[in-house]
Design a protein around this ligand. Structure first.
Ligand code: IPT
Length: 465
């Protein structure tokens, strides 16, 4: 009997077995980046178009004051961790002097054809410690081989060229947009191979990953339920993608770990247009997007288009700074930090799984319930009446995404009263609610696919906007 109990106790203190599809270490590092800049830039910037036809005179591309360091400084000051640029959009124009195209910066008026936007941007990212990523559209309305099997080799060579010339690339972005008449069956396997051969750590974005998935709309609104797992068997990119509803929520118990990335523009269009100078999204809109992207288990790729001078317009950079001030103020002081947590279930007595790990300010430590326990309650004792209006929760996703539903309650002096009830958590979930004054918060994990493994619960009192 004694030895049996000993065995049980020792067993209970093993780390939980991973559940379901899991992130790679590159996906884990990517998820921590959270917020980065998209830059749409090219001939469309000079023609006020969103989808160029590929027959634009390359000479129109002439951003006389181009300063990639200004873009990077802006992104950095905004709190962003990286920049992804449209190296080649649907018009086929290459922002670098590609050997595989005759429609490039080399043919443009900019710097007498001697310029290279990717070179300048990758160098500036390196200088300021930001990561660099590239968007390359497979759809190409300029390349003469497009629509023939030869084009797959051209595009693979193009990928090879970009991904071997500008240092580390953290993300390769594949657009599924295709409005052309010419049919081109893409050889995605060949494209992915070209990426991984040159940049094994790169996270590949497309509608269905394999590194990260489109979340189904361009409004910045990920699903309230958002699983980082997706079924991809039988699906493809673009027209063959799963429905946007599925991309929005992922698949519970999906085959692969393919977390959502939200792509949204700070202006009505993706490309710069003087006509949208007064239509830059408001701070309120951006905060709302923050809550429905980063706050819903997604990374946020916010597009800030560069203008005809080759600069980020002051209206956009000013707004980015205003937005950052609000986010910084909202998440300035974690009122739960260091506070005592009581859990209804403990995985043994080891500190490794202790409920205190929830409020230690370290997302690499976690509380876990015992195997087989799929619901639990966690009470945070704030020690005194405290005003609160935000809660931030994180699962320890290295071991998979588990939680199916949870609720948040506050102690009103007599009872626990429900503030909100939601579904998934994932890497990060943020809930906003009208300010409550309370001494205790109770989080109930109502349902999980395996024992819950939670790395953080944080509480904030964000200033009113
Ligand atoms: C849309 C594509 O259809 C989709 O595959 C993905 O690339 C997405 O863009 C990225 O934002 S096209 C858009 C006009 C909805």
């Amino acid at each position: 009997m004694l030895s049996l109990m000993g065995t049980t106790a020792a067993f209970a203190q093993q780390a939980p077995a991973p559940y379901g599809a899991l992130p790679t270490k590159h996906q884990l590092a990517w998820q921590d980046m959270e917020y980065y800049m998209f830059i749409h830039f090219g001939p469309n910037t000079f023609t006020d178009k969103e989808w160029g036809h590929g027959d634009e005179d390359p000479k129109i591309f002439n951003p006389k004051k181009l300063d990639a360091r200004q873009w990077v400084r802006t992104a950095k000051a905004a709190g962003m961790k990286a920049i992804i640029i449209t190296a080649k959009h649907h018009d086929g124009f290459c922002l670098w002097p590609s050997k595989f195209s005759t429609h490039t910066v080399r043919e443009s008026a900019w710097k007498d054809g001697k310029g290279d936007v990717l070179k300048e941007l990758s160098a500036a990212c390196k200088e300021y410690g930001l990561k660099f990523g590239v968007y390359l559209s497979p759809w190409d309305r300029n390349h003469p081989d497009y629509g023939t099997p030869k084009y797959n080799d051209v595009f693979a060579s193009t990928l090879n060229e970009v991904l071997s010339s500008y240092g580390p690339v953290f993300e390769q972005w594949f657009d599924g947009a295709n409005g052309g008449d010419k049919k081109q069956p893409y050889d995605w396997k060949k494209f992915y191979t070209a990426v991984y051969k040159n940049q094994p750590q790169a996270v590949i974005f497309s509608d269905i990953g394999p590194g990260a998935r489109w979340m189904g709309n361009e409004r910045g609104v990920a699903g309230e339920t958002n699983w980082s797992t997706l079924n991809t068997t039988g699906f493809g990119v673009g027209a063959e993608a799963p429905s946007t509803d599925v991309l929005n929520t992922g698949n519970e118990n999906g085959e692969h770990w393919i977390p959502a990335e939200v792509d949204v523009s700070i202006r009505p269009g993706w490309f710069y247009s003087a006509a949208t100078d007064d239509k830059v999204k408001s701070v309120e809109q951006l905060v709302s997007i923050y809550n429905t992207s980063i706050g819903r288990n997604s990374n946020l790729l916010l597009n800030v288009p560069v203008n005809r001078d080759g600069l980020i317009h002051p209206n956009d950079s000013t707004r980015l700074m205003e937005f950052k001030r609000v986010i910084d103020a909202s998440f300035k002081t974690d009122l739960a930090k260091g506070k005592k947590v009581t859990a209804s279930d403990l995985r043994g007595t080891s500190k490794q799984f202790s409920a205190q790990n929830l409020t230690d300010g370290n997302a690499n430590t976690y509380w876990a319930a015992k195997d087989g326990v799929k619901s639990a309650s966690l009470v945070i004792d704030l020690g005194k009446q405290t005003a609160l209006n935000r809660i931030l929760l994180q699962e320890y996703i290295a071991l998979g995404q588990r939680v199916k539903s949870f609720s948040v309650e506050y102690w009103n002096g007599k009872d626990y009263e429900q503030i909100d009830k939601q579904t998934t958590i994932g890497y990060k979930r943020i809930l906003s609610f009208p300010t409550v004054k309370t001494s205790k918060i109770r989080v109930k994990i109502l349902e999980a696919n395996a024992c819950p493994v939670i790395s953080a619960i944080q509480l904030y009192n964000a200033p009113e906007l």
